[in-house]
Design a protein around this ligand. Structure first.
Ligand code: PLP
Length: 377
C-alpha cells in the first residue's frame, strides 16, 4: 500500500492526521486538472470550472449525506470557520461555548472576534479520561446558559484525538435554538458522517486529511435556512461574476478571485480511489492497529490514557508522555530514527499522537516503540 502513496519510503510516517497524504493515482488526477486549466485558462476559469465544481460538490454531498448545493469549497477549515464567524452578527450579549480541546488556530479566530465585538468565549472543562457519552454531554452542556448563542465543537479533536459525541450535542442545541458549528477537520473519510441526520447548522471538514485528496481541499456545509444571511470574507464578483449559481449563496462564495481549484476538482477521484481499494476494509484494519498501539503506549509510557474504551478512537491515538521525556523528542525521532510523529504540549503536558493510515503496518509502530524505549529513562 505504501507504494501507492508518494511518501518517502525511508521514513516511518505516523503523522497522517496533520496534513494527510495523497495517493499517487489521486495526485496524478490533481495534476491533470492543473494541466487542463493551463491548456485553456480563460475558458476553463470563466466557464468550464463551474460545471466541474458542481460534480465535485454533488459527489462530496452524496458521500457526506447532504446536498451538494449546501457545500462551499475552501482551502482549509480555518478559512471556512472564519467565513461563518464573519457572517454571525454576534454582540457583547452573546456567548460561544466550546471545549478545552478545540484547535488552537480556531480558538484564536474566535478570540479575535470576541475582542472586536465583546462577546464571551467559554471553554468548558470535560473530565479526562472521558468515559461515557452521557457524562461528556452532561458536563459539556452544563456550560450552556441563557447567553449561549453558538456551540463550536470538534467532532474529532486535534491534540487529544478523541471522537466527541456531537450527535447528542447537536440535538440538544437544535431544541434550544443554539447554532452549532462542528469542526470536523479530521472526519471526512475517517469515521462515518451523515450531515443531514446530524442536524447541525455548519460543518467544516478537510478532504486532504483522511479522504486523501490533495492539500487545500476543504468544505463548509451550511444548512439551507442560513444561506441567505451568509456573507463571504472575500467579497469578489458575487452576482456580477461568471458563476451560473444556481443560487445567490454559491454566486457569493464560489469565486474568491483567481485561484487554483484543482484540489477541489480532485475530490471525486479521491472518493473513487477509496471505493476501488475497498477502503472500509483498510480502515477496519487501521483501527485494530490503533487499539494495539494504544495498549502498547499505555504499558510503555505508564501515564493515564485520555479515554476509557476504544469507542473514543478512530485512526489516531494521543497519549501523555511522562515528565522525563526529552523536550526535543520530536526532533530526535525525526533526525535519529527517521520517524515522523507529532509531539506537542496540551494543557501543560507533553503528548505524542500516532496516526495509522492504510500505508502503515505494525512494523511502523514497533519502530516507534523501540525508539521510545531507548529514549525514555
Ligand atoms: C480539529 C482541527 N480543526 C481545524 C484544523 C485547521 O486546519 P487548517 O489549519 O488547515 O485550517 C485542524 C488542523 O489540523 C484540526 O486538527
Amino acid at each position: 500500500m505504501k507504494n501507492q502513496f508518494l511518501i518517502d519510503p525511508d521514513i516511518t510516517f505516523l503523522n497522517h492526521g496533520s496534513f494527510g497524504a495523497c495517493p499517487r493515482a489521486v495526485f496524478e488526477e490533481y495534476q491533470n486538472w492543473q494541466r487542463r486549466l493551463e491548456f485553456q485558462p480563460g475558458k476553463f476559469m470563466t466557464h468550464d470550472v463551474y460545471q466541474y465544481l458542481k460534480v465535485a460538490r454533488d459527489d462530496l454531498g452524496q458521500f457526506l449525506g447532504c446536498s451538494g448545493d449546501d457545500l462551499l469549497f475552501f482551502p482549509n477549515p480555518t478559512t471556512a470557520v472564519s467565513n461563518v464567524i464573519n457572517s454571525l452578527q454576534l454582540t457583547e450579549a452573546d456567548e460561544v461555548l466550546m471545549t478545552e480541546h478545540e484547535y488552537g488556530a480556531l480558538v484564536r479566530s474566535w478570540k479575535a472576534s470576541a475582542e472586536r465585538v465583546g462577546l464571551t468565549i467559554r471553554q468548558q472543562t470535560v473530565s479526562i479520561p472521558v468515559t461515557t457519552r452521557e457524562k461528556f454531554v452532561e458536563e459539556f452542556w452544563s456550560g450552556v446558559n441563557k447567553k449561549t448563542r453558538v456551540i463550536f465543537i470538534s467532532h474529532i479533536t486535534s491534540s487529544t484525538a478523541l471522537i466527541f459525541p456531537v450527535e447528542e450535542i447537536c440535538t440538544l442545541a437544535h431544541e434550544s435554538g443554539i447554532i452549532t458549528i462542528i469542526d470536523g477537520a479530521h472526519v471526512p473519510g475517517h469515521i462515518p458522517l451523515d450531515i443531514s441526520s446530524l442536524n447541525c447548522d455548519f460543518y467544516t471538514g478537510a478532504c486532504h486529511k483522511w479522504l486523501c485528496a490533495p492539500k487545500g481541499s476543504s468544505f463548509l456545509y451550511v444548512k439551507a435556512t442560513h444561506h441567505e444571511w451568509m456573507r463571504p470574507l472575500v467579497v469578489s464578483w458575487g452576482e456580477e461574476g461568471d458563476d451560473p449559481g444556481p443560487t445567490q449563496f454559491l454566486k457569493n462564495f464560489q469565486w474568491q478571485g483567481t485561484r487554483d481549484m484543482s484540489a477541489f476538482l480532485t475530490i471525486p477521484a479521491a472518493l473513487r480511489f477509496r471505493e476501488e481499494n475497498h477502503w472500509s476494509d483498510v480502515q477496519a484494519n487501521c483501527q485494530k492497529l490503533v487499539e494495539k498501539t494504544a495498549d502498547h503506549l499505555k504499558k510503555l509510557l505508564k501515564t493515564t490514557p485520555l479515554f476509557h474504551g476504544f469507542q473514543w478512537l478512530g485512526q489516531m491515538v494521543s497519549h501523555p508522555l511522562p515528565g522525563s521525556a526529552p523536550s526535543d523528542l520530536k526532533l530526535i525521532l525525526w533526525n535519529d530514527h527517521k520517524i515522523e510523529v507529532p509531539v506537542f504540549e496540551w494543557q501543560d503536558q507533553q503528548f505524542i499522537r500516532v496516526s495509522i493510515q492504510g500505508y502503515n503496518t505494525w512494523a511502523d509502530v514497533e519502530k516507534l516503540i523501540y525508539a521510545l524505549e531507548t529514549l525514555l529513562p
